[in-house]
Design a protein around this ligand. Structure first.
Ligand SMILES: Nc1ncnc2c1ncn2[C@@H]1O[C@H](COP(=O)(O)OP(=O)(O)OP(=O)(O)O)[C@@H](O)[C@H]1O
Length: 336
């Protein structure tokens, strides 16, 4: 597990000082993937640098399995850094070393014997599905395969925390999906705490257990992924899954936005249509399964005169319903 406790990073001094990370507090349990998203300049790279202790925080603590890494001197810190494996957007592989030699590097630094090294490297390459590519050089591998080698190398010293900074940015969708699958397996098998820093919202929805939005060095919002996606008032939930543009409602029709806020029966549209005695039209929808649960939003159109009957029926079906063009807060919320 990793805890950030009031983590602060200030660059510069006096009048020229810039606070880039401002008293960040969060915790990532063993076996949990925590994503941090945020706009350009929010402090994501600085967070990665500070968590990996490549940059010393100005104040606050980085605590891994109860040990405060920020309190350590340079020598102890070098050893303690092994508890945090890192992967970056650029795979950082050495071009003149094969995949196996790249994975072996941290073990060489540690003075592991050649025999043990061979066994461990074979194990690691097998774990990331690249045994057949052990002798290949980076230029002979795809972007996704290179990132897998980077992951194997990050795991070489058996860290308990994996820090991924834009690790899937620049990969094609299939490679991203395979890295996402691998990271989830590693989370479950090795009980890793994974800090996944990215600007890719789709990847977060596929991968994260919990998410925080960083803005101007502060956590503006955070929560469990499913809770955020099911909260129509959540800015982060909307950023993760922006409503799909739909077709406009016909004149005289009322458009209503609905979102899944809990368990909803699959036939709700047919049932609500039957109950009001009119067909509801779907103008746009984005509905999917996340962690085995259905989440999403849809925009419906219905004859305007049905408004009074429709909204309670939608609420009773387990949906939050909000007539388009009315005030910002959802008109009706589901009462659990
Ligand atoms: N060494 C530094 N000295 C002074 N300011 C810095 C330094 N490094 C970063 N900053 C500032 O800190 C802020 C956050 O930068 P950072 O690179 O962490 O953001 P980011 O969220 O990773 O952005 P991007 O998504 O564009 O990479 C920026 O305003 C940047 O100018």
């Amino acid at each position: 597990m990793i805890q950030l406790d009031q983590l602060t990073k200030v660059y510069g001094h006096g009048a020229g000082a810039t606070t880039v990370l401002d008293h960040l507090d969060f915790e990532i349990a063993a076996g949990e993937i925590f994503a941090v998203v945020g706009p350009s300049g929010a402090g994501k790279s600085t967070l990665a640098q500070t968590v990996s202790l490549l940059e010393r925080p100005t104040s606050g603590r980085v605590v891994v399995n109860g040990a405060d890494l920020t309190a350590l001197g340079e020598r102890e810190l070098r050893a303690a850094r092994r508890r945090i494996g890192t992967i970056f957007q650029s795979d950082g592989l050495f071009s003149r070393r094969t995949a196996a030699q790249n994975v072996a590097l941290p073990l060489e630094f540690l003075g592991v014997t050649p025999g043990e090294r061979r066994t461990r490297v074979a194990e690691l390459l097998e774990r990331v599905g690249l045994s057949a590519k052990a002798g290949h050089y980076p230029h002979q591998l795809s972007g996704g395969q290179r990132q897998r080698v980077g992951i194997a190398r990050a795991l070489a010293l058996r860290p308990s925390v994996l820090l991924a900074d834009e690790a899937t940015s620049g990969l094609d969708p299939a490679s991203t999906a395979s890295i996402v699958g691998l990271l989830k397996e590693l989370r479950d098998e090795l009980g890793l705490s994974i800090l996944f820093i990215t600007h890719e919202m789709d990847t977060v929805v596929q991968l994260a257990d919990a998410v925080a939005r960083l803005d101007h060095g502060r956590i503006a919002e955070s929560g469990r992924l499913l809770d955020l996606l099911r909260d129509p008032a959540s800015v982060l939930g909307t950023l993760l899954r922006p409503p799909q543009p739909g077709v406009p409602a016909a004149p005289g029709e009322l458009a209503i936005d609905v979102s899944y806020t809990g368990e909803v029966a699959g036939d709700w549209l047919a049932r609500v249509s039957r109950a009001v005695g009119a067909d509801l039209h779907v103008l746009g929808a984005r509905i999917e399964q996340v962690h085995g649960e259905t989440v999403g939003t849809a925009r419906l159109a219905a004859p305007a005169e049905l408004r009074g009957r429709l909204l309670p029926l939608l609420a009773a079906a387990g949906l939050s319903a909000h007539p388009v063009g009315s005030d910002a807060a959802p008109a009706l919320e589901v009462v659990a």
